[in-house]
Write a protein that binds this ligand. Structure first.
Ligand SMILES: NC(=O)c1ccc[n+]([C@@H]2O[C@H](COP(=O)([O-])OP(=O)(O)OC[C@H]3O[C@@H](n4cnc5c(N)ncnc54)[C@H](OP(=O)(O)O)[C@@H]3O)[C@@H](O)[C@H]2O)c1
Length: 169
């Protein structure tokens, strides 16, 4: 958190209502940043926004969006337009239970969703937010990867492949 760009107002966190994303949202709020919260469930978003307000007096912007859908990005872009964003946490991720490749139920849909959530979200969100940072010559993009992406793993091969994110920049 020492690298936090205090000259910015907003952080954007995808998949922010549970787990690692929620922890990032809280930690960034603790450091005085306003948070753009993006997840599917509006009720969970509201609960997190309330908690952040109570605990850190944090201002939030809630954007309900499902990253398995392709048509969400124009809407997100409209909501974040003009915001002074200095931190983007590409956290949202879709895991899979260990199974042989051909045994995954509704494999075509499951694999497509996994690629959309784990990879396309990261590319599109970075493309959307990075220009503000480039303009200010400052900012942080964090892509939440996994040990599962360090080398190919049997039975979670697609998840493992989607988590090889070391070279995205
Ligand atoms: N947990 C681990 O052991 C672990 C280990 C290594 C890496 N990771 C990575 O860390 C990241 C977070 O994992 P986690 O375990 O902390 O997640 P988690 O606890 O399951 O939380 C997932 C978050 O993402 C949101 N979400 C899920 N699917 C979504 C979708 N399709 N569109 C929009 N939002 C969605 C959920 O909220 P809604 O349900 O309200 O949308 C929730 O806020 C992932 O990228 C994962 O691959 C996790």
């Amino acid at each position: 958190m020492d690298m936090l760009p205090h000259s910015f107002q907003f952080s954007v966190v995808t998949g922010c209502t549970d787990g690692i994303g929620l922890s990032y949202a809280k930690e960034l709020a603790r450091h005085g940043m306003k948070i753009v919260l993006i997840s599917r469930n509006p009720k969970k978003l509201e609960a997190v926004a309330e908690d952040l307000k109570k605990e850190f007096n944090t201002e939030t912007l809630m954007i309900p969006a499902d990253f398995t859908e392709l048509n969400i990005y124009d809407g997100i872009k409209e909501r974040v337009a003009g915001l002074d964003v200095g931190v983007l946490v590409n956290n949202v991720g879709m895991p899979s239970d260990p199974q042989p490749f051909l045994d995954v139920p509704e494999g075509e849909k499951t694999y497509q969703d996994m690629l959309l959530v784990n990879n396309l979200s990261m590319v599109q969100m970075t493309k959307m937010i990075l220009p503000v940072m480039v303009k200010k010559k400052k900012g942080v993009v964090m892509n939440v990867s996994s040990l599962a992406g360090v080398s190919p793993l049997p039975f979670v091969a697609i998840y493992s492949a989607t988590k090889v994110q070391w070279y995205l920049a």
